[in-house]
Ligand binder design. Structure first.
Ligand code: NAD
Ligand code: WQD
Length: 341
């Protein structure tokens, strides 16, 4: 029998791409999202790409009773991937209580339902942000956490602790996936990042500038102690990231996971600077755009990239997409959604 997976935050960027990968790997999916940062258009695209109409609940997971309805309709849910969260770092500094309330209450409610309805596997969207300003790179899962740079980052640190504490001494198994910098779009160009709130991450800022939605982009800081002075990150294609979830579920359902909670870095281990990313975009697409070199952005760490050897060894996960693929798919998506040929 197919496993049925509840995907929270499923109309969001990473959730929608993960649903496609889950369906392609023969999972049944139920989706819940409150629409705070997405609309329902990805559900249509999922149907177009996979032929499957995913049951959808427009609920806020901060409301436990709403969540109950989903499990009453689908008592056979055996896995949960919990993407639902607010993710804007700057906004979390301005509205910390909104972030603590939304990200932690929705997590606590989802875990409460998971335990009540005997869910077998729980996957939590964590982030490289838990490492804070790491003293050495690359970081592996044992690298000690530094102070989080924002309330958002702290919700991920606390979130990991909540999942670990909750799963101790239960039958449910948990996987914490620490994403590095997800970017790119589905290779069809039909699905990509389409958040309700204006994106602030580097790759969508580049594509929006290149297409003319933004006049100019600013490189935040070119005086860092790196090879070209700009910050270094580990950009991972969203479909590679999606597959890590499918593999993590397989790992749990096949009974390979022995401890209650496992943690994996999911990055490609290749640290690239902001200027190198701009160059990769320009050489991949042949499109040039205006950027200026500006001041540092408060809260940015100088350099972080992953050691993903644990995910490779334990889950059999390896990246399949290059940085060039990230740029070409992100650009195709930007052109399609902006209706430019
Ligand atoms: P996203 O904003 O596109 O998706 C999150 C979805 O959750 C949105 O559709 C939003 O409407 C929904 N949501 C938020 N609060 C909710 C609630 N209370 N109830 C129901 N739905 C709710 O973000 P994303 O980039 O797809 O990120 C998914 C997860 O991955 C998040 O937990 C995020 O913190 C984490 N993450 C993202 C990145 C990144 O750079 N995109 C990096 C590391 C970790
Ligand atoms: C990447 C680099 C910017 C925009 C954030 C969160 C992190 C995680 C991933 C969720 C940085 C530079 C950006 C621009 C720029 N999210 N930049 N001009 O900050 O590494 O990580 O998303 O967990 O927690 O903090 O990603 O894409 O915002 O920035 O120069 O207009 O691009 O300064 O060096 P970041 P990002």
């Amino acid at each position: 029998m197919k496993h049925k997976i509840l995907v929270t935050g499923g109309t969001g960027y990473i959730g929608s791409h993960t649903i496609v990968d889950l369906i392609e790997h023969d999972y049944a999916v139920v989706c819940v999202d409150n629409g705070s940062n997405s609309d329902t258009s990805p559900l249509k695209t999922i149907k177009e790409l996979t032929g499957v109409e995913v049951p959808y609940y427009n609920f806020d997971l901060c409301n436990l009773q709403s969540g109950e309805t989903i499990f009453q309709d689908h008592p056979d849910i055996s896995g949960i991937i919990h993407f639902a969260a607010l993710k804007a770092v700057g906004e979390s500094v301005e509205k910390p209580l909104l972030y603590y309330k939304n990200n932690l209450e929705s997590l606590i409610n989802t875990l409460t339902l998971a335990l009540k309805y005997h869910v077998k596997g729980f996957i939590f969207s964590s982030s490289c942000t838990v490492y804070g300003d790491a003293t050495t790179v690359p970081v592996d899962e044992e690298t000690p956490w530094q102070a989080a740079a924002s309330p958002y980052g702290r919700t991920k640190q606390i979130g990991e602790n909540i999942v670990e504490d909750t799963l101790r001494n239960t039958e449910m198994k948990g996987v914490l996936l620490r994403y590095f910098n997800p970017a790119g779009a589905h290779p069809s160009g039909k699905m990509g990042e389409s958040s309700v709130n204006p994106p602030q991450n580097l790759v969508p800022v580049i594509t929006e500038t290149a297409i003319g939605k933004r006049q100019q982009m600013t490189v935040y800081g070119t005086d860092y102690p790196t090879r070209d002075g700009s910050c270094i990150r580990d950009y991972i294609h969203v479909m590679d990231l999606a597959r890590a979830h499918t593999l993590a579920l397989q790992y749990i359902f096949e009974g390979h996971q022995k401890i209650s909670c496992e943690v994996f870095n999911v990055g490609i281990g290749n640290g690239l600077s902001v200027l190198e990313i701009i160059e990769a975009f320009e050489s991949e697409t042949g499109v040039r755009f205006d950027y200026v070199k500006g001041d540092r952005r408060p809260g940015d760490v100088v350099s972080i990239y992953s050691d993903y050897s644990k995910a490779k060894k334990v889950l059999g996960w390896e990246p399949r997409y290059s940085v060039g693929d990230i740029m070409s798919t992100a650009w195709l998506w930007e052109k399609n959604r902006s209706k430019v040929k």
